[in-house]
Write a protein that binds this ligand. Structure first.
Ligand code: CA
Length: 198
């Protein structure tokens, strides 16, 4: 094979990659930069806060970018240690693979860690898969995480949850632990091919 034909083969092999994995895909997570808040709630997200009783999810002015991030913390609730949780439900997704990215700042007591999970659901709202990410670097600074994964076939929506979990050796989470999240992105890398033919 001469150099010219080798070059052609290389270019042809790269074309699908360049087309399919072109950067700049749309981030499907709304308010993933956590700039907008309604009271202590990030706008568009659900939380486990109980009005006037428990606020374990709140606005933080310590951010990776912009003015705000969201803070999930462990609070005592009548003797039980509760992890704040926030979730984004029923986000429409269509595609073959995805990239999840974001930044977190963990302050960990007794090895508590941040936790992010995605539940993939089909058109009947049944769970057909999940993706979990443990966030364990407690460095006092924002740390980036990034994950690529295949989107299960027949996925039509996802639910996204963010919270704190206890370390392996612990029975529960600890008061004083918190995690900040900022700049979350879920980008579909390869759109599903349109069905063709009869
Ligand atoms: Ca922000």
């Amino acid at each position: 094979m001469n150099r010219l034909s080798l070059l052609c083969v290389v270019i042809l092999a790269l074309v699908p990659l360049l087309l399919g994995f072109a950067p700049g895909g749309r981030n499907i997570i709304k308010n993933g930069d956590f700039e907008k808040f309604t009271g202590s709630e990030p706008t568009g997200w659900e939380t486990t806060n109980i009005p006037n009783m428990l606020t374990a999810v709140s606005q933080s002015t310590r951010s990776h970018a912009g003015k705000n991030a969201v803070k999930c913390e462990v609070k005592d609730f009548y003797g039980t240690k509760m992890s704040g949780m926030l979730c984004l439900k029923d986000v429409d997704v269509s595609g073959d693979s995805m990239q999840l990215k974001g930044f977190y700042l963990l302050h960990s007591v007794a090895n508590d860690r941040g936790f992010l999970s995605i539940t993939f659901k089909n058109a009947n709202n049944s769970a057909i898969g999940s993706l979990e990410e443990l966030l364990t670097k407690s460095s006092g600074e924002f740390v980036q995480f990034s994950r690529r994964a295949k989107i299960p076939d027949t996925t039509s929506k996802i639910d996204l949850h963010l919270t704190l979990l206890a370390g392996k050796e612990s029975a529960g989470v600890h008061e004083g632990s918190y995690v900040l999240f900022d700049d979350l992105e879920f980008v579909v890398l390869l759109e599903k091919e349109q069905k063709s033919g009869p």
